[in-house]
Design a protein. Structure first.
Length: 94
C-alpha cells in the first residue's frame, strides 16, 4: 500500500488518470451525504476495474468484483447519475 500524496489515507497502485478523476470527484463527494459517498465508492471501484480489464464494466460485475454492498440496480442508477454529471461515458455500439 502507498500513502496518499497528502498523507490522508492509504491507497493501492493507481494510474495517474485514476488519481486525477478521483481527486476531482473527491472534492465534490467527500464530506457530503451518504449518497455522494456511495457514488464516490462506486466510481472508484469502476475506475479500478476498467483500468484492470480495459473493457466496459457492468453493474453486476462491479458489485461482485468491487465487493460493493449495494444492489446492481442501485449501481446502475448511480452510473446514470455519474454519466449525467460528466464523470462517465457509455460506449455506444452500432
Amino acid at each position: 500500500m502507498l500513502s496518499h500524496p497528502r498523507g490522508e489515507r492509504e491507497c493501492g497502485w493507481v494510474s495517474t488518470l485514476d488519481m486525477r478523476v478521483l481527486s476531482a470527484y473527491n472534492t465534490f463527494a467527500m464530506g457530503e451525504n451518504a449518497e455522494k459517498q456511495r457514488k464516490y465508492e462506486i466510481l472508484h471501484a469502476l475506475i479500478r476495474e476498467y483500468v484492470k480489464t480495459a473493457e466496459p464494466v457492468g453493474s453486476e460485475a462491479l458489485r461482485e468484483t468491487g465487493n460493493l454492498a449495494w444492489s446492481a440496480a442501485t449501481i446502475r442508477n448511480d452510473f446514470a447519475e455519474l454519466e449525467a454529471e460528466g464523470y462517465l461515458a457509455k460506449p455506444h455500439t452500432s
